[in-house]
Design a protein. Structure first.
Length: 178
């Protein structure tokens, strides 16, 4: 299982792996340390989907539907995804930048930042049936790779939910029992 999948599926539990080999003290000991998977900061919402979505999936999160594109990393290290939010509500609602985050393998998260020609994603009020499209863009200061996008619309009200998308192109959700 790829390490990006592990973050999405085990995001609430830190994972450390150390493998050692050697028969006795005279033998050279080899130690391999797997990349550290950090605890999500801030923690993921309790009611986030346990099986993450994939880029391209159109996902209903209560009175809003969200779809994200396949991520793109530019030459300057900026990580971007296109995000589309469609209102299914009868009343206007406001989204904020803090509702949208990209988590990296080390557990850190980043909200969208403004850049040359790119506005900060998420500071918008949607009217009923309106579609808001924008580019979620972050510059990640560490070498930890982006693994998951979180949209937590639950602060809007009880008819909105959080959802998580995983960036691993090889991720396949388990088959349903039904």
């Amino acid at each position: 299982m790829k390490r990006r999948t592990l973050v999405a599926l085990l995001a609430l539990t830190p994972l450390f792996a150390v493998a050692c080999s050697g028969d006795d003290i005279a033998t050279t000991t080899s130690t391999t340390v797997a990349p550290k998977v950090g605890n999500p900061d801030p923690p993921l919402p309790m009611d986030v989907n346990t099986i993450p979505y994939k880029p391209g999936d159109l996902v209903a999160l209560g009175n809003a539907s969200i779809q994200i594109s396949t991520p793109v990393t530019s030459d300057d290290g900026t990580f971007s995804i296109d995000v589309s939010i469609t209102s299914g509500a009868l009343d206007p609602f406001t989204v904020t930048p803090q509702m949208f985050r990209v988590y990296t393998l080390d557990g850190k998260s980043y909200i969208s930042v403004a850049g040359p020609g790119i506005q900060q994603f998420g500071d918008y009020t949607l009217q009923p049936e309106e579609v808001y499209k924008g580019t979620f863009s972050v510059k990640i200061p560490t070498d930890s790779e982006p693994v998951m996008f979180l949209a937590d619309l639950s602060p809007i009200g009880d008819r909105y939910f959080p959802g998580a998308w995983i960036f691993d192109p090889n991720f396949t959700p388990p088959a349903s029992d039904g």
